[in-house]
Design a protein around this ligand. Structure first.
Ligand code: NAP
Ligand code: ZN
Length: 366
């Protein structure tokens, strides 16, 4: 066991299973009189999750408004738009992938603190309260339903970053049926995001026996799903396992945070338009090869039935090749910026300089 001090706090009540929203709809009444539902542009209407939520709200005579406009990697502008014309909201329901749920978290803070807008929020160091949030994930990747983080895009500063506030959802409803028609590309990208949460928690400076327990179980689940990802012919049971993998990853990073691939991947998302999970996954070769404690890397690999980093990399590159152009100058610039990202670097067990980070980009992407 690690000999440092640690704690565990993750207050979200998770309800898991088929038609879970219908079974637990009475809980909604406890949150007040009016809900604000935040979704992406289309998928929640197509996969039944929005219908399940509005049906449950109708059945308990709850008022609600819907903001169906959150884009991938939600921007501060969209978050401001969401709060511009609503009133008397008691709680916020985020339905969708990580983007609408993270936007719902930011919106829950702004509705509680009406003197702030999203740009104030990204710049303040004050810790702010929020309205209750209910999360209904329809992808299995981010684990945001059990984390305190809200990742937003600041186009003025040209960065993606964590808002820096703490918004754990009060409730997460986990029903894998919403993912039955999730396409291959999004399934792979989100699954690799879940893997990267688990790997970065497992190889984290703050890793402890509790986070290791989540990670080891998550890695075992990943080992059963990983061989099926290429064909992506997934059953409902596979989808349920994927959902659990994602939630276990969220529980682990809620305690210890993510580290290098996440911090480095945000630049690939912002500047190269790469989906979040793929952006992380692309950097794993350099990250794992350069990691000093190769014993722990080998433990991680053995839990997913891989013999070497090279073997993992050959599977990763078959799932998501580097299919965009990037220059040496660009990765130098990304590495220099990452070298100043203290929030991510502190979770990595070794001290790194910009040159080390540049090498991880270089060996992974060229
Ligand atoms: P996403 O950006 O929320 O959504 C990606 C795409 O998937 C969208 O086109 C969306 O369509 C579609 N989609 C969602 N659910 C679907 C379903 N059931 N069936 C079909 N299509 C579906 O993707 P994500 O990977 O879940 O979230 C990524 C975001 O979460 C990033 O901003 C990332 O930085 C953040 N993140 C947050 C945390 C955290 O702890 N807060 C952790 C990791 C990552 P619609 O737009 O039409 O809905
Ligand atoms: Zn992530």
């Amino acid at each position: 066991m690690n000999n440092h001090q640690y704690s565990y706090y993750m207050p979200t009540k998770c309800f898991i299973g088929h038609d879970i929203i219908d079974h637990k709809k009475d809980l909604l009444e406890t949150f007040g009189k009016k809900a604000y539902i935040i979704t992406g542009r289309n998928s929640s209407r197509l996969n039944g999750s929005l219908h399940d939520v509005t049906k449950a709200l109708d059945s308990v005579n709850m008022n609600y408004e819907i903001f169906p406009e959150v884009e991938e990697n939600p921007s501060l502008e969209t978050i401001n738009k969401a709060i511009s014309d609503v009133s008397d909201i008691d709680f916020v329901i985020g339905i969708g992938g990580g983007s609408p749920i993270d936007a719902a978290k930011a919106i829950s803070i702004l509705l509680k603190n009406p003197t702030y807008d999203a740009f104030d929020l990204i710049n303040t160091t004050e810790k702010l309260s929020h309205l209750p949030v209910i999360a209904v994930p329809t992808t299995a990747g981010t684990g945001t339903e059990v984390t305190q983080y809200s990742i937003v895009t600041d186009h003025k500063a040209k960065v993606k970053k964590n808002l820096g506030q703490s918004v754990f959802p009060s409730i997460a409803f986990l029903d894998a049926k919403y993912m039955l028609n999730l396409n291959r590309k999004i399934t792979i990208n989100t699954c690799i995001d879940a893997f990267s949460h688990i790997a970065e928690a497992y190889l984290n400076r703050k890793a402890n026996i509790l986070t290791d327990a989540f990670c080891e179980k998550g890695l075992k689940i990943f080992s059963t799903i990983f061989p099926k990802l290429k064909e992506c012919n997934l059953t409902l049971e596979d989808r349920e396992n994927l959902m659990l993998l994602s939630t276990l990853g969220g529980m682990a990073i809620s305690q210890v945070g993510t580290s290098l691939p996440h911090g480095m991947g945000y630049a690939l998302t912002y500047h190269k338009n790469q989906p979040h999970g793929k952006a992380n996954g692309l950097l794993y070769y350099g990250y794992l090869k350069s990691f000093k404690n190769q014993n722990k890397v080998n433990q991680l690999l053995s839990l997913i039935n891989m013999k070497s980093v090279e073997e993992l990399q050959s599977h990763f590159s078959a799932l998501f090749p580097v299919d965009f152009s990037i220059t040496d100058d660009e990765i130098r610039d990304f590495a220099n910026k990452m070298a100043k990202n203290a929030a991510k670097l502190k979770n990595h067990p070794e001290d790194l300089c910009a040159e080390d980070i540049y090498t991880i980009y270089k060996v992974s992407l060229f």
